[in-house]
Ligand binder design. Structure first.
Ligand code: UD1
Ligand code: UDP
Length: 362
């Protein structure tokens, strides 16, 4: 038997480790023991517990309780706790996902302790080092033994950085596995009725990037444009705690009743809102991918994206405030036709392919 530790810390991580845990639990139990480690980077029930319940993910085997802190402290504390854990209980493999601080901490500890390390969602690059996630991606990829990618651009980025080709394996998009597994269940979510919304007749918004929400001027500009838009079509915005805190600080109150500022949602409710939206306005990485898979038009409030495939396939568009008012960009985006692009490996079977590789190597 081999142990594979699956590391999660923040909201988007749960949807990436779940399909791998499920694949092992359903099909590979005679060979692998999955160990779920939660760093506690995210800890509020709305950023944490609800996802374990919605996905049917068992409680973590180890919870490190790290919590919020500046980057160095958060990453450092996670490294200390993980190193202590791995000294007691050394896994045969560590799998890290995405690009959050927990990912970076896990990668550095595994690399130093010579624990074989796989990075799922490797090779994404925004080429913008002012984004903390870009640093996390670069370092994690540089020290990983296996780099699982989801798009041709990711492979090219890694090759350009000198990663040996035999370490790079295109397996597809594991987050889409979770979506495929749960989209039918999400259709039963009562969220539209609760908010009084009709399918195809509202705009869904998520914003949590520091570049959008930590600057009061930028946040005020975006929020008043969304408030304006809500006069024409309802706007629903589930709030990340970082965003909620900043909105309280600037004392923002919508002028329109049809601008719904609500708590961050669980996965099933969010998926229901996402799949039936007329348009999604976001700065999330995962949401750009999910809307592409669902064929829902997406406007990304960022100057760049590490997920260019969502743009080239025509479902996503970047929006920069300096160029035009957000209301105008939204009006144009609402006219875009809906269609579902077919992307190789975004098919719900990525976790199986990841485990096939680990089965062969381990
Ligand atoms: C982190 C990731 C980001 C990812 C996002 C997903 C890093 C550098 N950033 O950003 O890539 O897109 O998660 O959601 O890892 N907070 C709470 N409760 C919580 C968690 C956070 O109130 O459960 C508040 C705290 O005030 C905290 C702030 O949110 O200081 C930011 O949390 P943090 O985990 O540092 O970064 P995120 O913005 O969540
Ligand atoms: N999500 C959710 N509830 C919300 C907002 C997002 O369940 O209120 C899900 C979304 O469907 C996707 C993931 O969270 O699966 C994206 O996480 P987030 O935007 O926090 O992080 P990012 O992808 O930007 O790193």
């Amino acid at each position: 038997m081999k142990t594979v530790a699956l590391l999660a810390g923040a909201r988007p991580n749960y949807m990436k480790i779940f399909p791998i845990w499920r694949e092992i639990h359903a099909n590979r139990r005679e060979r692998w023991i999955p160990l779920i480690i939660h760093t506690g980077q995210h800890y509020d029930p709305i950023m944490n517990d609800v996802f374990f319940a919605d996905l049917g993910l068992p409680q973590p085997d180890h919870y490190l309780g790290i919590g919020s802190a500046p980057h160095g402290a958060q990453t450092g504390r996670t490294m200390i706790a993980l190193e202590e854990l791995f000294m007691r209980e050394r896994p045969d493999w560590l799998v890290v996902v995405g690009d959050v601080n927990s990912t970076l901490a896990g990668a550095l500890v595994a690399a130093k302790m010579r624990i074989p390390l796989a990075h799922v969602e490797a090779g994404l690059r925004s080429f913008d080092r002012s984004m903390p996630e870009e640093i996390n991606r670069l370092v994690t990829d540089a020290v990983s033994d296996l780099l699982f990618t989801h798009s041709p651009e990711a492979d090219e980025n890694l090759l350009r950085e000198g990663i040996p080709p035999e370490k790079i394996i295109r397996v597809g998009n594991v987050m889409i596995d979770s979506l495929v597994l749960l989209i039918e269940k999400a259709a039963d979510s009562p969220i539209l009725g609760k908010l009084g919304l009709l399918p195809g007749r509202y705009i869904l918004v998520t914003l949590h990037r520091p570049s959008n929400v930590d600057d009061p001027g930028q946040l005020r500009l975006l929020m008043s444009a969304l408030d304006q838009t809500a006069r024409q079509m309802p706007v629903v915005m589930p709030l990340h705690p970082r965003t909620r805190r900043m909105l309280d600080r600037i004392e923002f109150r919508p002028a329109t009743d049809d601008f719904f500022l609500i708590d961050a949602l669980g996965y099933l409710d969010f998926l229901r809102l996402e799949s039936a939206a007329a348009l999604v306005v976001t700065d999330s990485g995962g949401v750009q991918e999910e809307t592409t898979f669902l064929g829902v038009p997406c406007l990304t409030v960022r100057p760049n994206t590490e997920r260019p495939i969502t743009i080239s396939r025509g479902t996503n568009e970047l929006y920069e405030p300096a160029r035009e008012p957000l209301e105008h960009a939204i009006r144009r985006a609402l006219e875009r036709p809906r269609f579902r692009p077919n992307i190789e490996g975004w098919d719900g079977r990525t976790a199986g392919r990841i485990m096939d590789v680990l089965d062969q190597i381990a």
